[in-house]
Design a protein around this ligand. Structure first.
Ligand SMILES: [Zn+2]
Ligand SMILES: [Zn+2]
Length: 333
């Protein structure tokens, strides 16, 4: 079938409206008609080939919400008409030890939605059934897209690492990821501090659930404070100040893809049993639980919606940091 896409023909090139051939859904797959698709920083990294894994023409977009319009072999027809969301991962092998153990996002054969596949900045997108997550009735589908990448990225360090509700959680960076991290950590029951370089975001951060605001430059003055720091930024930081702000047995969880190596003094890790961790999105089970959690607590991303044909405007504004807090492109493509 022919689908409409917004594709880049080369690294950094503006997106062009185009049409492309899409094979029908294969075994275990379903086809979504895209209604909305969020714009993530990783889309910029892919469009610019920052990670060296892009191939052109490239159709980005990995926060898609749409209706199932066709199913492949082995997928029940009852899926047709359902509202589903798709994030960074569109497929995994489903039979390796990691997949069988519920860690499908760590599968060696996982397929990213926009790496060697056509993503959500299009009229249609395909994925394996397991990675197309139902959207609860109480959530607005026009706002739900960013949950499927940005949202699960910050929900994972809470659910997959079983964070205690008594924890004091610091979130560095109050942007597309951070504003959702504050909401999740607050609803989780934690003491929540927004850590930012921008005091102008203090009031909004409180609105997202932060009990307190701390300026990033003040971290060195509060040693042993946090049980968990979630760093959503990819900028070089005063890493020793960040680590020393962790309480003994505290954990620094890195989500921003910092391109430079991170230099640490190891003593705080040894003496205080501190940890450094990271995570890539999460499993279908955690995605399902996140959607249930959002429905229960009324959590939703704060988005600015634009029609899909204004996608180049959204990309230019995201590049300049001019978004609060996530763009969603509305179909039709
Ligand atoms: Zn696998
Ligand atoms: Zn993303």
């Amino acid at each position: 079938m022919q689908i409409t896409t917004w594709q880049a023909d080369a690294a950094g090139a503006p997106l062009q409206r185009s049409s492309a051939e899409l094979l029908p859904p294969g075994p275990g797959e379903a086809l979504l008609e895209v209604l909305h698709c969020g714009l993530c920083h990783s889309d910029l990294s892919m469009l610019d080939n920052h990670w060296g894994i892009s191939s052109y023409p490239l159709v980005a977009g990995h926060e898609a919400v749409g209706r199932v319009v066709a199913v492949g072999e082995g997928v029940p027809e009852t899926l047709i008409g359902q509202l589903r969301g798709l994030g960074w991962i569109a497929g995994s092998c489903s039979h390796c030890a990691l997949c069988l153990g519920g860690d499908q996002n760590l599968c060696a054969d996982l397929e990213a939605s926009v790496v060697g596949r056509s993503g959500g900045f299009a009229s249609h997108v395909k994925a394996q059934q397991d990675w197309l997550i139902p959207i609860p009735d109480s959530l607005d589908p026009a706002l739900a897209g960013p949950l499927f990448c940005g949202g699960i990225t910050v929900f994972a360090p809470l659910i997959d690492e079983a964070v205690s509700p008594t924890a004091h959680v610091g979130v560095i960076g109050i942007g597309g990821l951070g504003h959702m991290a504050l909401q999740f950590a607050r609803a989780w029951g934690c003491q929540v501090t927004a850590i930012t370089t921008n005091p102008a975001k203090a009031e909004e951060a409180r609105g997202f659930g932060a009990h307190e605001i701390q300026l990033l430059g003040d971290l060195a003055a509060t040693p042993n404070r946090y049980d968990l720091i979630i760093n959503t930024t990819n900028q070089p930081l005063d890493w020793d100040a960040v680590v020393n702000a962790l309480a003994p047995k505290g954990r620094l969880h890195q989500l921003g893809v910092t391109l430079e190596p991170i230099p640490f003094n190891v003593f705080p890790f040894i003496a205080g049993r501190r940890q450094f961790t990271g995570s890539p999105t999460s499993s279908p089970a955690s995605l399902l639980k996140m959607m249930e959690f959002c429905a229960r607590h009324g959590i939703q991303p704060q988005v600015e919606s634009l029609p899909m044909h204004e996608i180049n405007t959204a990309i230019a504004r995201l590049r300049s940091g001019d978004v609060r807090y996530r763009f969603v492109l509305d179909g039709p493509a």
